[in-house]
Design a protein around this ligand. Structure first.
Ligand SMILES: Cc1cc2nc3c(=O)[nH]c(=O)nc-3n(C[C@H](O)[C@H](O)[C@H](O)COP(=O)(O)OP(=O)(O)OC[C@H]3O[C@@H](n4cnc5c(N)ncnc54)[C@H](O)[C@@H]3O)c2cc1C
Length: 281
């Protein structure tokens, strides 16, 4: 723990006040599970974000809005989110650390870290937008937020929106890890939608912890469109992911091993999503 250098703890009430309090020696803190472990030594001020009115999760005809201060537990327990795309969010969230961690860890704090995430691949697969404040309110697709490096700039994440599901669609998450309480060696998230004739008309295939945060495998998605949701199609999509997803070696796994995992994770993830689709009567 490195909080001995903290001299000031401020509790702003608005996003604008919180942003104004940031600076070279001030760190925002939400649940604190990460800040407590790795707060920079140069930081002398903590800007507590938990008094900001950003904890609500709301559902409307267009989808969901999740405030940055919503805890991972609140997300897992929200009935609408839990049912969305047949349970992909709670399926993933139960794999994030422990119940104690999820009770305090917030969505905003999680996304601001920009590393080691089970949450990001699922949000990419769900076509989520992220919302942030950097002197003005901004929003955009979550994948672009990381690609552009916005998470490394001075900004405050204010929330995430997820579009409503359409048609006969379902999602799934798959995580390879060494022990249950572990960061992923690799993870995958997918969403499938089938048309009235039973052919796939929309697909999202995302691989994470490669160790990049979550990349869509466009070629695998394209290969699935127009065909039936069957094991042959999922095996083919898995082979595409194995061959195309760029993997790197780190202390957890070699790049070669991760490539194999990418193929298996995508195949299993798609099979799980397909098993949740409504069966035509
Ligand atoms: C023991 C342990 C196990 C874990 N296991 C997993 C796992 O299996 N899978 C997984 O995906 N993750 C895992 N994590 C990561 C965990 O999900 C994050 O630590 C947590 O979600 C961070 O949320 P927080 O609210 O506590 O963030 P904080 O610690 O408050 O903040 C994290 C970072 O974000 C900044 N910040 C906070 N809020 C905002 C905001 N609204 N806008 C901008 N910047 C902000 C802070 O300055 C800090 O840099 C694990 C963490 C721990 C400690």
């Amino acid at each position: 723990m490195s909080l001995t250098n903290i001299e000031t703890f401020v509790h702003p009430r608005t996003v604008e006040e919180a942003f104004a309090a940031l600076g070279d020696h001030a760190t925002p803190i939400s649940g604190g599970t990460d800040v407590m472990l790795r707060n920079p030594k140069s930081s002398t001020t903590l800007v507590d974000l938990m008094a900001l009115p950003l904890a609500d999760i709301t559902e409307s005809a267009t989808g969901f809005s999740i405030g940055a201060n919503a805890t991972l537990t609140a997300m897992a327990e929200h009935q609408g989110l839990a049912a969305h795309l047949r349970g992909v969010l709670p399926e993933m969230l139960v794999h994030v650390g422990s119940p104690l961690l999820r009770n305090v860890a917030t969505l905003g704090g999680h996304l601001a870290r920009g590393r080691l995430s089970d949450v990001v691949p699922v949000l990419v697969a769900l076509d989520a937008d992220i919302h942030w404040y950097d002197g003005g309110h901004r929003s955009g697709p979550i994948a672009r937020f990381y690609e552009s490096g916005t998470h490394t700039t001075r900004m405050l994440i204010t929330g995430v929106t997820i579009p409503a599901a359409t048609g006969n669609s379902a999602g799934a998450f798959h995580k390879f890890l060494r022990t249950f309480f572990d960061i992923a060696l690799l993870n995958a998230a997918c969403v499938l939608r089938v048309d009235g004739a039973g052919a796939i008309d929309s697909a999202r295939v995302v691989v994470g912890e490669t160790p990049s945060l979550g990349v869509r495998v466009d070629e695998a998605e394209a290969a699935l469109i127009g065909g039936p949701p069957d094991p042959g199609a999922f095996a083919a999509a898995g082979r595409i992911a194995r061959d195309l997803v760029v993997t790197r070696s780190d202390s957890r796994a070699s790049a070669e091993y991760r490539s194999q995992l990418a193929g298996v994770a995508v195949e299993r993830c798609l099979a799980k999503a397909a098993s949740r689709l409504e069966v035509a009567s």
